[in-house]
Design a protein around this ligand. Structure first.
Ligand code: AMP
Ligand code: MG
Length: 405
């Protein structure tokens, strides 16, 4: 073992350094079929009214409100997509169907349930309100209205509105291409059989899922041995193709921990140790060509917690998300939380509702090797560095992963 030369950086400061150093990726046009989950790169403004014409909300008769109580002659029909071209003059009506264009002259629609029909004559109620039962042109959107803001994630409603305004392509930020590499002689491929002393490479799969959730395009480099030259070969081949490298293991100060020296040789290491538990050896570097590298610790919980704290917000910045972080909410501890003296600790908890509050229960042993502490966790409770136990009942900030029912 050797002592680390890297200063211990405050966890929030380290997160700020990472975010500051990470680039925002370029813009590409994608078809709506590819747009789900992408991030809009520019504000989208309407260039035409929506609906584009006054559109009936019901099946009924298009009339003049001034003709209330009268028996009117039905001149024709305006069905969806088949407008009536004439004018509804005083004393006249046109049959209209949902989505049909309100004919010229008419200023309201009477529901079919409210009229009496006899041959081509229709008797309308004695009270009619001008403007009722149809959507005016531009009622939903006027030309020039802001439809969607840059930084918006495109979900079903956002894609729907883009389609409704007749846009087939949208400008979105490029997804980060990320290579993920596991390091360690103790690892074997999940599904194969290891030698004595070996364990399955579980981090690869956990990180692959986390990376996908964060919007990355992932390339798996596999398991690199604890050997400097082999490590370099694994990475150097991929560097040309990627925006970011995510490694697990090999960043602590054991003699087999070779990721930091590798990143130093490829670029500049900005963060080499963090006042964070779990995740003290977290490493961040910038590489040539605007690329970045995240060296995550090997312990499974440490790698996922440092992913949440540092990598996910960074990948979201790369994609232009307006919202980089998970929601932070105050929660009330339902257990005594023991802090760590010099390090911010993210403790894994489940949440339950009690009245208007969220109560946090510990997921049990918080060992950084115990992935069961993270499986099913609703939140990471942020326990500031200190010596005083935070008693049950204390309100703390939590990074919300999901909310209980
Ligand atoms: P390291 O950060 O390389 O010192 O790794 C710390 C510990 O994390 C190792 O002793 C392993 O038990 C575990 N570990 C490292 N890499 C992985 C991995 N890819 N999958 C599962 N566990 C790992
Ligand atoms: Mg290792």
């Amino acid at each position: 073992m050797r002592a680390s030369t890297y200063p211990l950086v405050d966890a929030d400061e380290a997160a700020a350094v990472v975010l500051e150093r990470v680039p925002v990726l370029g813009v590409e046009q994608v078809h709506l079929r590819e747009a789900w989950g992408r991030v809009l790169a520019e504000d989208l403004a309407g260039d035409a009214p929506l609906p584009p014409f006054p559109s009936s909300a019901v099946d009924g008769y298009a009339v003049r409100a001034a003709d209330a109580g009268k028996t009117l002659r039905v001149l024709g029909e305006s069905a969806a997509g088949r407008p009536f071209d004439g004018t509804v003059a005083p004393g006249a009506a046109a049959r209209i169907l949902t989505g049909g264009v309100l004919p010229d002259g008419a200023d309201c629609v009477v529901m079919v349930e409210d009229v009496r029909l006899s041959g081509d004559q229709v008797t309308v109620p004695s009270k009619l309100v001008s403007g009722s039962n149809f959507h005016a042109a531009g009622a939903d959107l006027k030309p020039g209205d802001l439809i969607l803001k840059a930084g918006t994630e495109l979900g079903a409603a956002e894609i729907g509105i883009a389609a409704a305004t007749n846009r087939a392509q949208l400008p979105v930020r490029r997804r980060p291409r990320v290579a993920v590499m596991s390091t360690g002689d103790e690892l074997f491929e999940v599904g194969s059989t290891g030698r004595r002393g070996q364990i399955p490479d579980s981090n690869r799969w956990a990180l692959l899922a986390a990376l996908r959730e964060a919007g990355a395009d992932v390339e798996v480099l596999g398991i690199a041995p604890d050997e400097a030259e082999a490590l370099r070969r694994f990475v150097s081949d991929a560097l040309a193709r990627i925006d970011a490298l995510v490694t697990s293991g090999g960043v602590s100060v054991g003699t087999h921990d070779l990721v930091k020296p590798l990143l130093e040789s490829l670029g500049t290491v900005h963060i080499g140790r963090v006042k964070l538990k779990p995740g003290k050896p977290f490493t961040f570097a910038t590489l040539a060509g605007g690329k970045v590298a995240f060296g995550l610790p090997g312990f499974p919980v440490s790698s996922l917690v440092t992913f949440e704290v540092f990598v996910r917000p960074a990948l979201r910045k790369m994609q232009g998300f307006a919202q980089l972080h998970r929601p932070a909410l105050p929660v009330r501890l339902a257990y005594d939380a023991k802090p760590t003296a010099e390090r911010t600790e993210y403790q894994r908890v489940t949440l339950r509702r009690e009245g208007k509050e969220l109560l946090a229960d510990t997921t049990g042993s918080q060992s950084s090797s115990r992935l069961m502490s993270l499986a099913g966790a609703h939140a990471l409770v942020k326990v500031p560095a200190g010596n005083e136990v935070l008693k049950a009942g204390t309100i703390v900030e939590a990074m919300i992963l999901s909310l209980p029912a």
